[in-house]
Design a protein around this ligand. Structure first.
Ligand code: ZN
Ligand code: ZN
Length: 338
């Protein structure tokens, strides 16, 4: 029995999915021989839905259905996919959707922050291919969530570098709030909130970590965690699936450098990376925007934060940005970096 349920007061959706409890976890120090994502073990995952291969025909990036999906592409039981009878208090949806894993590299030990720029470009290429494929869906799916978890504190159950993509029939609570806030900001000011923020941050400079031809990384003014970062397109860009080839090129090097700087400063921190993009059917062309959010998991939210949703961040973002700029400067290669 898996389904989405909506809180009757907050309208936030929750996925109830007991099957996820049985998914495998790497034992600490597990050898690559037992890794389902390493070359030679392809039979241990479902068949790939899409592959990027090198000249020798070997895969370099694979997208495969998740064996333990949070939402199922096919309803499991007869009638499970049927619309539920309307109940004004306890609304539910069948747990229909898609959940894919993007195996980022054949190399078990080379996560996104340490892989060559060309490989990072392939990973992002697969992000956009799968996002576009799922966005073209069936009129039921409303949101695509692209993310990667790095380290146990970020929720990784397998070590081999991988990202995930989930397509959901409900809009995530965080996304719903964000969309409303973006539109409200636009209605009040006539500006996109992110474009205005980026312009101010570029003028101020203190919270800019890195700027390349098409992206800027910012430690947000009200950062929610130490080293909380946002990687933002420099042009107004409403939705991630619309990303252009030149932006993918720039983002590959940009992300590799930023994650490399985080690693240099913090020594392989656990983090979550999320591509934040509006719901498929709620893109406000002038007010919506996409960006990449990176949240290192250095601290654990406690009762006050869980109860109040007020975060206590022990590190000013200005200090985080200065430290990461220094790390980037130290890492810069003679040829101009990665
Ligand atoms: Zn592996
Ligand atoms: Zn904008």
């Amino acid at each position: 029995m898996s389904e989405l349920r909506q809180d009757p007061v907050t309208r936030d959706w929750v996925i109830i999915n007991p099957e996820r409890a049985s998914r495998p976890h790497d034992a600490p120090g597990a050898a690559p021989a037992g890794c389902p994502f390493c070359p030679g073990n392809e039979s241990r995952t479902p068949d790939a839905v899409e592959t990027l291969a090198g000249p020798d025909g070997r895969w370099l990036v694979r997208a495969v259905p998740n064996r333990y999906p949070v939402l199922r592409s096919q309803p499991a039981a007869a009638g499970d996919g049927a619309p539920a009878p309307a109940d004004p208090l306890w609304r539910r949806l069948a747990a229909y959707g898609h959940h894919e894993v993007i195996v980022e590299t054949p190399d078990h030990g080379a996560p996104l922050g340490r892989m060559p720029r060309e490989q990072a470009r392939r990973v992002l290429e697969m992000y956009v291919r799968r996002a576009r494929a799922l966005a073209a869906g069936d009129g039921v799916l409303r949101q695509i969530v692209l993310f990667r978890n790095h380290g146990a504190r970020a929720g990784t159950s397998l070590v081999h570098p991988h990202s995930q993509i989930v397509a959901t029939p409900a809009v995530a609570p965080e996304t719903r709030r964000r969309v409303m806030d973006e539109i409200a900001f636009y209605d009040e000011t006539g500006c996109c909130a992110m474009c205005r923020t980026v312009a101010r941050e570029r003028a101020a400079g203190t919270r800019i970590v890195l700027e390349t031809a098409r992206f800027a990384t910012i430690a947000p003014y009200a950062s929610r965690a130490p080293y909380h970062l946002q990687v933002v397109p420099l042009r107004h860009a409403p939705a991630f699936p619309e990303i252009e080839a030149a932006e993918l090129d720039d983002l590959a090097g940009h992300l590799t450098r930023v994650l490399g700087a985080l690693g240099a400063r913090l020594g392989d921190p656990h983090y979550n990376l999320v591509v934040s993009s509006p719901p498929l059917d709620l893109v406000h062309r002038a007010a919506s925007y996409w960006f990449v959010e990176i949240l290192p998991r250095l601290t654990t939210p406690a009762g006050f934060e869980l109860g109040s949703r007020i975060v206590v961040n022990v590190q000013p973002p200005e200090r985080a940005a200065a430290e990461l700029r220094a790390a980037l400067g130290a890492a810069a290669a003679p040829a101009g970096g990665i």
